[in-house]
Design a protein around this ligand. Structure first.
Ligand code: B1M
Length: 208
């Protein structure tokens, strides 16, 4: 019988081939897709998140785990669709207008996918109009903005105001090296996270 602990372990180690093989084996044995996702893939990524937060692993290890998870997800996704498994929330994310830094934002997007969110990644240099358009189109529950430059942080406030003016009820969370909780409070964001693992915890709290 397919071993979901071994699947979680393969994600933790970033062992892409084993993660894909165990996922295929579990599907062939007709194990419920949701169980494979929650106990195997998300279970593994959760541990990676905790270790990243505790500085026990670093960015390259997280990226390798995320790659293993992504490959296994490609195999599992059709089964999840067949089983009607819904994502736990929809998350629109982007690096704000004028800012081209995307390494941290990509990490947040990967961890959010790993936690079971549907992620709509708008890339870099994203203006308020694009955020609003995608929230309307997708009905997202949550918007995430990333900024790495002190000069682009005001784009966060501008986008937040535009989201409110547009009457959208989505929650907004922000992050990035120069961003702080104080800044989030000042501009009226719903939350701030210092790193990708904390972003997942915050996102779950915001949509609860
Ligand atoms: Co730039 N850069 N850069 N840069 N760059 C910084 C940010 C800088 C601090 C370097 C320095 O001067 N010491 C400085 C900013 C100074 C400031 O404003 N405070 C700077 C500058 C000035 C610039 C340029 C203006 C340089 C120039 O051209 N004169 C220029 C700007 C271009 C632009 O954006 N318009 C520029 C360009 C670039 C590169 C293109 C060369 C490259 C980016 C490549 C890329 O991203 N694809 C680059 C890089 C790599 C950096 C450094 C070296 C590394 C940034 C990074 O990726 N960190 C950076 C110096 C440094 O930080 N040591 C620097 C790793 C990443 C995992 O961390 O993004 O903080 P981070 O993400 C973390 C958390 O912040 C958090 O989670 C992540 C993971 O834990 N997080 C979120 C991030 N987003 C979040 C969102 C959330 C929640 C948490 O919720 C939605």
């Amino acid at each position: 019988m397919a071993d979901l602990k071994a699947l979680a372990e393969a994600v933790i180690k970033g062992d892409q081939a084993t993660a894909v093989n165990i996922t295929k084996e579990a599907i062939a044995e007709q194990m419920p897709a949701e169980q494979i996702l929650n106990e195997g893939l998300i279970g593994g990524m959760e541990i990676v998140g905790v270790r990243f937060k505790n500085c026990e692993v670093y960015i390259p290890e997280v990226l390798i785990s995320a790659r293993a998870m992504k490959s296994a997800m490609e195999v599992l996704e059709p089964e999840l669709v067949k089983a009607g498994v819904e994502p736990i929330g929809k998350f629109v994310v982007g690096t704000v207008k004028g800012d081209l830094h995307d390494i941290g934002k990509n990490l947040v997007a990967m961890m959010m996918k790993g936690a079971g969110f549907e992620v709509i990644d708008l890339g870099v240099d994203v203006g308020a109009e694009k955020f609003i358009e995608k929230v309307k189109e997708s009905g997202a529950h949550l918007v995430g903005m990333s900024a790495l430059l002190t000069t682009t942080m005001p784009s966060m406030e501008k986008t937040l105001k535009a989201i409110k003016v547009a009457g959208l009820e989505t929650k907004v969370m922000i992050g990035g090296a120069p961003v702080t909780q104080n800044y989030a409070d000042k501009i009226g964001a719903d939350g701030y996270a210092a790193d990708a693992a904390s972003a997942v915890d915050l996102a779950k709290r915001l949509i609860a």
